[in-house]
Design a protein around this ligand. Structure first.
Ligand code: NAD
Length: 308
């Protein structure tokens, strides 16, 4: 099935980013968003994203294309794929699915961007649950290519195949997660690291800024290129991953036993926020996002150049 018209349900941070990507790839895009003033915000977001999308080679068009933006879900009657980006609450997602099913065709895929909810729960009350899956990106999805696909208990296998083909056409890197688990795949990995990053602050082991610097100047340099398994294959030298596991596996296990978890008390939250305030100084969030986005575009080019 060819997708030419995508519905973007929920035009917040993630919806606006998806919409920008889909427009760049030449699709007709209709955004449904109840927020007052959404059309102007979406237009501004797409305009700001466009130079990056061009630099990434995702579009040749000089002028940003624009989506239709409406607060009426009925405008989605003709779409052939839906990317759902509403609030991350199961009752709201189920209501959104019910509202969508009253409007869209029975075989139109509904792909939810949810970071935390299970496809099985989102599809639980659906009339056609077989066309519903999780397609979870990392922020911002127009610049970070991974999208993890998770089927629910009632998702048809060809829904996942169809979604995978769609995201490949969008120049994304789809990952198939074989079992439903909270946090899917990528957020479980980031949560494992973040738990320890918070715990180290709580324990007074290091300041927020130094923990962030340790990652960005240390393992984060490699993580943009390869994951932990391949990294430790290289860490094993000539003996590869087998040597690494035999040689340094026991010290990894000893560290795993030491990792901690601190509750996010109000006091700890204040400490974390103060740490980030000190880290960013007087740079605005907008300026920091723009520097991040420009660097992500350059990084994508470097990765391509070096075969990663
Ligand atoms: N923010 C992230 O880093 C991130 C990353 C990956 C995935 N996600 C997921 O993406 C989804 C959206 O998150 P977000 O960060 O864009 O949140 P957000 O609050 O920026 O956007 C949600 C939008 O949905 C709109 N909305 C509310 N009810 C609606 C309805 N009934 N129909 C249509 N739109 C409705 C809201 O007005 C809001 O603009 C969530 O499921 C979240 O888990 C977020």
């Amino acid at each position: 099935m060819t997708v030419t018209h995508v519905g973007v349900l929920g035009g917040g941070l993630i919806g606006m980013s998806w919409a920008s990507l889909f427009l760049a790839r030449g699709l007709k895009v209709t955004v449904v968003e109840p927020r007052e003033g959404a059309e102007a915000e979406v237009t501004a977001f797409v305009a700001a994203a466009w130079p990056h999308l061009r630099a990434l080679g995702l579009t040749q068009a000089e002028a940003p294309r624009q989506p239709e933006v409406s607060n009426d879900i009925n405008v989605l009657a003709d779409v052939d794929f839906v990317q759902e980006n509403g609030p991350d609450r199961i009752a709201i997602k189920q209501d959104i699915v019910a509202a969508l099913e009253a409007v869209i065709g029975t075989d139109v895929v509904i792909a939810s961007s949810t970071s935390s909810l299970m496809a099985s729960d989102i599809q639980a009350k659906a009339v056609h649950p077989e066309r519903i899956l999780v397609a979870h990106p990392m922020n911002p999805p127009h610049l970070v290519p991974m999208v993890e696909l998770v089927a629910g208990r009632l998702t048809a296998p060809d829904t996942v195949d169809h979604a995978e083909a769609f995201y490949l056409a969008m120049e994304r890197v789809p990952i198939r997660v074989k079992k439903e688990v909270p946090g899917h795949l990528a957020n479980r990995l980031t949560a494992a690291l973040y738990r320890e990053a918070v715990h180290m602050v709580a324990e007074g082991i290091a300041d927020v800024g130094d923990i962030d610097k340790a990652i960005a100047a240390g393992p984060g340099m490699r993580w943009a290129l390869m994951g932990p398994h391949l990294i430790y294959h290289l860490g094993g030298g000539a003996g590869g991953y087998r040597h690494y596991l035999d040689h340094l596996g026991p010290t990894q296990e000893a560290r795993w036993a030491e990792l901690g978890q601190s509750p996010l008390t109000e006091g700890l939250k204040a400490q974390l926020v103060a740490g980030v305030d000190a880290e960013i100084g007087d740079e605005s969030t907008e300026a920091l996002s723009e520097r991040r986005d420009a660097a992500l575009v350059a990084l994508a080019g470097l990765k391509r150049q070096h075969g990663f």
